[in-house]
Design a protein around this ligand. Sequence first.
Ligand SMILES: Cc1cc2nc3c(=O)[nH]c(=O)nc-3n(C[C@H](O)[C@H](O)[C@H](O)COP(=O)(O)O)c2cc1C
Length: 383
Amino acid sequence: MEAVISADAQARAALFQPFVSRNLTLPNRIVMSPMGRAHAQGGRPHEDYAGYFRRRIEGGVSLAITGAAAVGHDLADYDGTGPIFHGEAPLDGWAHVLRAVHEAGGMLMPQLWHTGAARHVDAFTDKSAMGPSGYTIADLDAGRGPSATAMTEADMAAVAHAFADAASAAKARGFDGVEVHAGHGFLLDQFLWSGTNRRRDDYGGNAANRARFPAEVIAACRAATGPDFPILLRISQFKIDAYEARIAETPEELGELLRPLATAGADILHCSQREAWEPAFEGSPLNLAGWAKRLTGLPTIAVGSVGLAGLFTEEEAATPGAALPGVSLERLDQVAAMLARGEFDLLSVGRSLLADAQWANKVREGRDGELRALDLAALTTLT
Ligand SMILES: Cc1cc2nc3c(=O)[nH]c(=O)nc-3n(C[C@H](O)[C@H](O)[C@H](O)COP(=O)(O)O)c2cc1C
């Protein structure tokens, strides 16, 4: 008798099919989402990073993206607690992490980051930050003028150069690609979003202008690494301190933002949402990754709360004794079905992988009952 395979099982199987694009081949579709974990000294990743990433690769992840790591520009870093991606000692510090991932058969890409006006100025003696127009989200909330500096074209050129140097260092040191962070309210997203981008020159105003500087950064990374080095680009509608903010109100506007980024050399768009199954725009079930793929033709990555029973907001995190979200695979099969239909290509998983390094293997083998729940230790240590 022929085995009957349920639609859910078929959809889930799609997560474990190989991914092949122009310049990247992966054995399955599960990506470890970038998660900044502090744990650094002088910008060097803590030595436990090697085991932390190796265990996720052994657990079935095909590609891991590091937490955001500052590029080599004076005002790039957030608060000085995380690993950075410039300078000999920090870059040397990544070498054994990369080796561990490669030995386990996986791939590793650094997420390259400039925090712009979101920089924690109090953590640094220079007390400075800069952004497209100098506005922080706190400025917008308070209805006051900009508290950071508006960038000059020379500032932009210096930042593009720093991204290109970091991408070039990643290639030279054997990383499998880079991800440029243009989401969550950090510098490149500050250009994409009209809330923080009030410029009246060629870098502000309509969508094509708002995409201009992020596209220049991508183009600089592409020029520094050649035609075949994988360059991922992370975008989001939401900002960490402004969850309702949107870079694009309509699919048309999203297309106008994304097409210059694709033309500049982005290979894969990593579309960050808090819940992967949520439609990006009214009138269509497509999520942000679905729209980004349809509008650009590029492969895309979806992400958001996969494997978790709830969101766990920052307010909840600040509440003593608040319960962390439990395990739930109810939505996983829905998201897997979206991937199986070809709406997007890869699925990025964050907190579920912190909770359980074997998450991908257990999901593949249908061992749902064995999945470990998130606990505080998983969020605060490199276990
Ligand atoms: C501890 C932690 C650190 C994070 N750091 C980053 C980061 O450095 N860069 C980034 O783009 N996203 C970061 N994120 C967001 C995740 O990549 C992911 O998009 C988000 O957690 C949603 O996925 P999940 O629900 O599977 O966890 C972080 C999330 C967590 C929980």
